[in-house]
Design a protein around this ligand. Sequence first.
Ligand code: SF4
Length: 100
Amino acid sequence: MSVTSEAGASEQLEVWIDQDLCTGDGICAQYAPEVFELDIDGLAYVKGADEELRQSPGETVPVPLTLLQDVVDSVRDCPGDCIHVRRASDGVEVHGPDAD
Ligand code: SF4
């Protein structure tokens, strides 16, 4: 799957997780531990470059371009269908359950 066709290579993307649907299996944290981490509550959260988990509902972190493929793989294999990647510029989802 091309990761550049839907959202230009230089386009800044951001990712968030809907914890209401997260099963806590940890697949995302295996694929992209720089971006996803399970917290003590057993659910996955996005993590910024500062290593802090973003725990407010819908809170996002930027997707580093070097990790985009790992993040997209996480979206694809997430059993909860609850990882959302969107364009920072207009909020349109490009990978995830709400993407076209
Ligand atoms: S892959 Fe999806 S369901 Fe599994 S821990 Fe990550 S966000 Fe939760």
